[in-house]
Ligand binder design. Structure first.
Ligand code: URP
Ligand code: ZN
Ligand code: ZN
Length: 464
């Protein structure tokens, strides 16, 4: 057996447990798992993982790279975003191809291919986006043929021409059911949000409350009402629904209750909802933290961690949508103008590892499940991605069990000139990352190649 690379002496961690074994890589694949592999393939490159965890690399199924959004363009493109991913131990990202104006969904996918090709450093896939259900739903079969069996609808963003109303959600779920595809939903109640926003649309309130208006105009029911409505349409159509970036504890309760009745609904949360709370908006730089939905309360964090443990929530994503401090400064005191979104790819695994595993909110195996394996499963990429099995892609992250590194945006690969976690001491950064057999992070530094990343065609989504 010819092995190109052997990871020796580490503890392999999967969703089902830990094993001490070597892992042998030939070309882009894992080809052997066993003891003393170095003795059978003498000229292989050896990566010493003694005392370290060897996990399937992370899979982030919710990113926005190079996204034109809110009079700006998100600042991590397919190069800086995927370099950040690599350093964070993530080797697959799935982005949303969004049609602008009269574009078709497939044209949007063509546009997103152009953004990624030649510069992506880790693998990538796309979700479609339905912004006009009458025009876009007939395109779903072609999208599925292209390896894109998921599409998103937004329940907000009427101003950007992206919003879907109940008829669009209902029709999309019916079509997804027929085709075996999955509808993803950004669940917030547009009309109530607009009403609450209009009530503070005056210079006095904007001056008085600043960035705190972001949270004041988005009480929990803005999300929970929408989640409940989407679940109802899922239930009556028999479609398959995935709620993106769930931010509230009561939202998790609704998902759990619906799953208990047999409704085909999945939900993700994001790292920031697990560790940040709305006190950030009282900070001098509070406007930097504005994203939609906004971070909520400590009680929500607690319920979301529980949701991960009990499998109400299937994965943790980043919703990476990076804006620099300069881009964010457009707000000039008006919270409604802040470009919404935060960087996250470099810190996803470290946040969930440090605040999940080291704080005993998740086991090591649950961490692997929520950040690596289940996102690949529910998005139709498993076992190629998210696993450590012979025959699958050699996408691997090697992490130290306890070594902490202080987050400092100056030293990061993201294009952001700030981090929501600046100065936090986090363990779980990838000491080494491999993407399809290539070493792309060594000694915590990015060493990969621009253009190494490939498109990953996906099958119809699975279950966790
Ligand atoms: O604030 C966010 N999340 N920006 C990205 C767009 C979205 O709604 O996911
Ligand atoms: Zn969203
Ligand atoms: Zn998003």
């Amino acid at each position: 057996m010819k092995l190109d690379t052997i990871i020796t002496g580490g503890t392999l961690v999967t969703t089902s447990g830990r094993t001490r074994a070597d892992l042998g890589i030939g070309g882009e694949k894992i080809v052997a798992i066993g003891r003393n592999l170095a003795s059978v393939s003498k000229d292989a490159r050896i990566i010493d993982a003694k005392g370290l965890y060897v996990i399937p690399a992370g899979v982030d199924v919710h990113v926005h790279l190079d996204l034109p959004f809110m009079d700006s363009n998100s600042s991590d493109d397919y190069n800086t975003g995927t370099r950040a991913a690599a350093r964070g131990g993530i080797t697959t990202v799935v982005d949303f191809a969004i049609p602008y104006g009269e574009e078709t969904m497939n044209q949007a996918v063509d546009n997103w291919f152009k953004k990624a090709e030649g510069i992506a450093c880790v693998d990538y896939g796309f979700h479609g986006t339905i912004t006009n259900h009458r025009r876009h739903l007939p395109e779903l079969p072609r999208l599925i043929e292209r390896g894109i069996p998921t599409a998103k609808e937004f329940m907000i963003y009427a101003n950007m021409g992206w919003q879907s109303d109940d008829d669009g959600i209902f029709a999309a779920l019916e079509e997804c059911r027929r085709l075996g595809a999955m509808l993803m939903i950004h669940a917030e109640s547009s009309s109530v949000l607009s009403l609450l926003t209009s009530r503070v649309d005056n210079p006095e309130d904007k001056k008085k409350y600043g960035a705190r208006l972001h949270t004041m105009t988005r009480p929990h029911y803005v999300e929970t009402e929408a989640v409940q409505r989407a679940i109802k349409w899922c239930e009556v159509t028999g479609g398959k629904l995935f709620i993106v970036h769930l931010s509230t504890g009561p939202g998790a309760d609704l998902v759990k209750e619906a799953q208990g009745r047999g409704v085909n609904v999945l939900a993700e949360t994001c790292a920031h909802y697990l560790v940040l709370d709305d006190s950030v908006f009282g900070r001098k730089d509070g406007h930097l933290f504005a994203c939609q939905p906004q971070v909520k309360t400590k009680a929500d964090q607690k319920r979301l961690w529980q949701g991960l443990r009990e499998n109400t929530l299937c994965n943790v994503s980043t919703d990476t949508c990076t804006f620099t401090t300069r881009q964010k400064s457009i707000w000039n005191g008006d919270y409604s103008k802040i470009p919404m979104g935060m960087p996250g790819l470099e810190t996803l695994l470290p946040i969930v590892y440090t605040h999940g595993v080291l704080k005993r909110q998740l086991t090591l195996e649950q961490f692997v499940r929520k950040c690596c394996t289940d996102p690949a499963k529910v998005m139709g990429m498993y076992p190629r991605k998210g696993s450590l099995e012979v025959g699958t892609d050699a996408d691997i992250a090697i992490i130290h069990p306890t070594r902490r590194i202080k987050v400092d945006w100056h030293k990061m690969e993201t294009n952001a000139d700030w981090s929501p976690y600046q100065d936090w001491e986090l363990a779980g950064f990838a000491e080494t990352t491999l993407c399809r057999g290539a070493v792309i992070v060594e000694d915590y530094k990015f060493t990969g190649q621009n253009g190494h990343g490939c498109f990953v065609p996906r099958k119809n989504p699975g279950n966790q």
